[in-house]
Design a binder for this molecule. Structure first.
Ligand code: GTP
Ligand code: MG
Length: 203
């Protein structure tokens, strides 16, 4: 799939200003600093579309981008930022979980996992929560350029084996690098295949 246009639409802290749920939507989620915003910019070929930062906690709100005037990408705030106060964490949970559970045009959650790390408790817990709610998701391993292919592969295997302790089947997963554009075509083709099956719900 070619991305011809990618435009910012709106930011939300509550669910009251979300765009009409009349197009397929894909949300990017994961720990703070895992590379959600960078991946969105890489996919869209547009640096600066989603705001990125070396410091965790950059994205604080629900950001909608419209792609080719036909579907939405959503950049979400991350979890697991150590400096975040407990009250903020509760607010994050409420905002994100309400959105994920109630957004009827959400086709797939892209759960981003840092490919440099062994399985992390909060990532596993979050993915298990998605599974328990029946929310469709895929796993996107990020920052693959930061280490050898062998190391990436080893961490991917550790993570997927961990998931198989709880789930019978693995979700689709992708290995990416925003830096080197790895995984771009695979992810876009995957989204395209879901888009082509999308039938707008009557709302
Ligand atoms: P929050 O909005 O804070 O939750 O973070 P985020 O998940 O959106 O991460 P962001 O895209 O802002 O990236 C965090 C840092 O990681 C930035 O310094 C990026 O340049 C860097 N980064 C992201 N993706 C990659 C990648 O694939 N390779 C490398 N080498 N660096 C990356
Ligand atoms: Mg971000």
């Amino acid at each position: 799939m070619n991305i011809r246009t990618a435009e910012f639409v709106i930011s939300n802290t509550k669910q009251d200003r979300l765009p009409a749920a009349n197009m397929p939507e894909y949300a990017f989620i994961g720990r703070s600093n895992v590379g959600k915003s960078s991946l969105i910019n890489m996919l869209c070929n547009k640096k600066g579309l989603a705001k990125t930062s070396q410091n965790p906690g950059k994205t604080q709100v629900i950001n909608h981008f419209i792609i080719n005037e036909k579907w939405y990408l959503v950049d979400l705030p991350g979890y697991g930022f150590a400096k975040t106060a407990r009250t903020n964490r509760a607010a994050w949970e409420k905002m994100i979980k309400t959105y994920l559970e109630s957004r009827e045009n959400l086709q797939c959650v892209m759960a981003l996992i840092d490919s440099r790390l062994s399985p992390q408790k909060n990532d596993i817990e979050f993915i298990n929560w998605l599974g328990s709610k029946g929310i469709p998701f895929s796993i996107v391993f990020t920052k693959a350029d930061k280490q050898s292919k062998l190391k990436t592969q080893a961490n991917v295997e550790l993570f997927t084996n961990h998931l198989l302790q709880n789930w019978e089947e693995l979700p689709p997963y992708f290995i990416t690098s925003a830096e080197e554009q790895t995984g771009k075509d695979d992810l876009l083709n995957y989204i395209d295949s879901i888009n082509s099956q999308y039938v707008a719900q009557s709302i």
